[in-house]
Design a protein around this ligand. Structure first.
Ligand SMILES: *Cc1c(COP(=O)(O)O)cnc(C)c1O
Length: 402
């Protein structure tokens, strides 16, 4: 297959303005720890209607320091969704905490609030309530944050939203990331996500103390702010102090410049993704496959568009996956339930642990959606799927026993 004919499931959109913004930084005084990172943090915080932003090297790092700033540690539990990228769970293990999974809602693919409440009731009896719950806005569709927040008050856990898929999405008319129903929200700027900084991530919060702690942790736990420092003999020069055990999780100035430039196109990118999703919704209505349902409370950023093969689709998930891949449509699978990964299986998780997650895993395929996707590419994806799956009308005829 000619490389030019391959359609990826996701990719970045880089403009000349983006390139110029990076070049401008390369010609400036600072490549790291300059003025652009704080400008990017402030711009994202303003966009999200939230007080503080802390930019880091990637969303995995953001999840790690978000957990640490909340005080997650050995003896604690972190709960998340099994249908997510492994980083949503790994951050708990990095802190020495234990990780558990709450099954998904089969319609939204997000953590099920009903399953969460049931699990909380049992955990309370056992004295094993989670310290942190990490809801993941799967595909860009916001979780039922108001309900999860109500449970957090009742059961006393903190909330870190993994919004790696969801910058630009809306929940009840407000931007994801405003932290109205959470302590911290984390975004990823990996090139397949909504906007990119190559590698990059950002944590937002309304709580000044958490922002300060994350700020310290992303840069070795070192501060040169006098008010942060302990008293030292006056005849010694103490221009910085290591106050905590931190990391080098900093974002560079070039990345932040790319992010600032990309942010200006965020609403346009999201609108384009929504219109591609709408096109798929309409066009695939004639085919016997399941298109992703949207909850009326949210406006998805459509990082992903998963279709689900049903018993009457006339093709198996594996065959459809292979046929699309061979035709140059680089579909993907989001996700293998995290606890099924060999590493998590060794921690004792068994196949079948979250039945809805497994059903989704065995039926879903993420088809291409990205802001620079052409109409020709969209039609090619659509026509392939139409040629491989049974039309819906045939199902009715079969169903009628003819
Ligand atoms: C991409 C992603 C991450 C990790 O993001 P990085 O920036 O690559 O570290 C975490 N969680 C989810 C749900 C993701 O999709």
């Amino acid at each position: 297959m000619n490389q030019a004919n391959i359609i990826p499931y996701g990719r970045q959109s880089i403009s000349e303005a983006d390139i110029q913004a990076v070049v401008d930084v390369l010609r400036s005084d600072f490549l790291t720890q300059g003025p652009v990172v704080p400008a990017f943090e402030e711009a994202v915080a303003t966009y999200c209607h939230v007080r503080h932003g802390v930019a880091v090297s990637n969303a995995t790092a953001a999840l790690h320091i978000a957990c640490l700033s909340i005080g997650l540690g050995p003896g604690d539990w972190l709960w998340t969704s099994p249908i997510t990228f492994v980083a949503s769970a790994n951050c708990g293990l990095y802190c020495g905490a234990q990780v558990d999974f709450v099954d998904i809602d089969p319609h939204t693919f997000n953590m099920s609030v009903v399953a969460l409440e049931k699990k909380l009731i049992v955990a309370k009896l056992k004295g094993m309530l989670p310290k942190v719950v990490v809801p993941v806005h799967m595909c860009g569709q916001p979780c039922d944050m108001e309900a999860i927040h109500a449970l957090s008050i009742k059961y006393g856990f903190k909330i870190i939203e993994d919004a790696s898929h969801a910058i630009g999405a809306k929940y009840k008319g407000e931007p994801v990331g405003n932290c109205r129903y959470s302590d911290i929200t984390v975004f990823s700027f990996h090139p397949v996500k909504i906007i990119t900084t190559a590698e990059g991530g950002l944590a937002v919060t309304n709580q000044t103390e958490l922002a300060q702690k994350m700020n310290l942790l992303r840069s070795h736990g070192i501060s040169s702010t006098p008010s942060d420092m302990e008293q030292r003999p006056a005849d010694e020069i103490w221009n910085y102090q290591q106050i905590d055990l931190g990391f080098n999780y900093r974002m560079t100035e070039m990345q932040a410049a790319l992010g600032l430039s990309q942010l200006q196109k965020l609403d346009h990118f999201v609108a384009t993704r929504q219109s591609i999703a709408w096109f798929y919704d309409q066009a695939l209505a004639s085919v016997d496959i399941q298109t992703p349902w949207q909850h009326p409370d949210g406006l998805s950023s459509f990082h992903l568009y998963p279709i689900q093969v049903t018993a009457t689709s006339g093709i198996s998930q594996q065959t459809l996956y292979q046929a699309l891949t061979q035709a140059g449509v680089k579909v993907n699978l989001h996700y293998i339930p995290v606890y099924r990964q060999p590493y998590y299986a060794r921690l004792g998780f068994k196949p079948g642990y979250c039945p809805n997650a497994e059903d989704y895993f065995k039926s879903s395929i993420s088809i291409p959606v990205f802001a620079s996707m052409t109409a020709t590419q969209q039609h090619r994806v659509l026509e392939l799927i139409q040629s491989l799956c049974l039309p819906k009308v045939l199902k009715r005829v079969v169903g009628a026993g003819l």
